[in-house]
Design a binder for this molecule. Structure first.
Ligand SMILES: *Cc1c(COP(=O)(O)O)cnc(C)c1O
Length: 359
């Protein structure tokens, strides 16, 4: 007899893991929106110093990291939640807010982790299609908020479509979400968004105690292998709730130390953003030479529909055979599309050359 698992396990969606982790170094890994740049030497050194003390548990209050984030963003440490990646905070929010009978609202296609929140809790997911240009339809989302709604998630810029709404739209939407409903704005890619200064949304936190800005060290800071993310919150209640549903030592010592050091190098952040913007322009123009129009990207990746006659799986395979790994749209919510992370200049040329051959 096989082990009998809970209904919760049976509800969990299966997201195909990215390939490439055991492939040769020269494979262009453009499938997971990672940074192509290795961590800064000072950040590696900080993590290494922390390793020499790992006979001790990490600081469960994440005090040094919270203080560094507080200095950087002007938000009290008590209103900052830390996580083992920002997905940890996201899943904890699901546990803290959702249960059978409750509803959560998010757009689709959007981040592949959101469906897990409903599956894990037994709450009902209300998914609102993106509009025809692949932007969040905030009016339609507002219309789905009911007495049962506990959580609304807006991913801005949106993964996988790379599109972003301007600050004014987010601010107006926050105004429409009732105060007893948590609003998470997932800003994993906000540093790459040229529509507004990434710090603009911070102003909303004082006006909306139910607002949470979810951010991460995984993308522009290039630390996804260490797992550390954070949330800037409108109230301390949210921090207490997500801490209550997790184990005490959710952020390891090397990750805490590396994140603190990384925050001190905003010049490197600016340089990475600049390189991503150059890649954005070059790849968009390379795609357009192939007759492909990518969605207007405000992130470190692009999203586009393949020409009608081409087969998504065959294109992904053809690119892989040429040493370029990208994400097929089917796994992300739309068949016939691709999501491609910007790599180094050499990898970007290689991607465009490979795509030209495959098509
Ligand atoms: C990559 C990503 C994250 C970050 O996940 P971590 O757990 O911090 O690595 C969060 N939200 C979105 C939309 C992402 O694409």
């Amino acid at each position: 007899m096989a082990i009998e698992f809970s209904a919760r396990v049976r509800r969990m969606p299966v997201y195909p893991v990215a390939d490439g982790y055991s492939l040769p170094d020269d494979v262009a890994m453009l499938a997971s929106n990672e940074s192509p740049d290795p961590p800064l030497p000072a950040v590696v050194a900080a993590a290494q110093r922390a390793l020499s003390g790992v006979n001790r548990y990490p600081d469960p209050s994440n005090a040094t990291l919270k203080r560094a984030l507080s200095n950087r963003y002007g938000i009290a440490p008590s209103r900052i939640a830390i996580g083992n990646g920002s997905c940890d905070v996201l899943l904890a929010a699901g546990e803290a807010l959702l249960e059978p009978g409750a509803e959560l609202v998010y757009a689709w296609p959007s981040f592949s982790v959101y469906p897990y929140l409903a599956a894990a809790s037994g709450a009902r997911a209300i998914t609102v299609p993106l509009d025809d240009d692949d932007y969040h339809d905030l009016d339609a989302m507002a219309a789905e908020i009911t007495a049962a709604t506990r959580l609304v998630i807006v991913c801005n810029p949106n993964n996988p479509t790379s599109t972003a709404l301007p600050f004014a739209d987010i601010a107006a939407f926050a105004q429409r979400v009732p105060r007893h409903v948590a609003l998470i704005v997932d800003e994993a890619y906000c540093e790459f968004n040229l529509l507004d200064d990434p710090d603009t949304t911070l102003d909303l936190l004082d006006r909306h105690p139910n607002l949470v800005l979810l951010r991460t060290f995984s993308k522009v800071y290039g630390l996804c292998g260490l797992r550390v993310g954070f949330a800037l919150c409108g109230s301390e209640d949210f921090v207490r709730a997500v801490d209550a549903v997790r184990q005490p030592f959710f952020c390891n010592a090397a990750a805490q130390a590396a994140a603190v050091e990384a925050l001190a190098h905003q010049d490197a952040v600016a340089e990475r953003v600049e390189r991503a913007i150059v890649a954005r322009v070059e790849i968009a123009s390379g795609l357009s030479e192939l007759g492909i129009e990518a969605a207007p990207s405000q992130a470190n990746f692009c999203w586009f529909d393949l020409p009608e006659e081409s087969d998504e799986q065959a294109v992904v395979r053809g690119l892989a055979e040429r040493g370029v790994l990208v994400r097929a749209g089917t796994a992300l919510g739309r068949a016939g599309a691709l999501r491609v992370t910007y790599g180094t200049p050499g990898q970007n040329v290689r991607f465009l050359d490979a795509l030209r051959e495959v098509l």
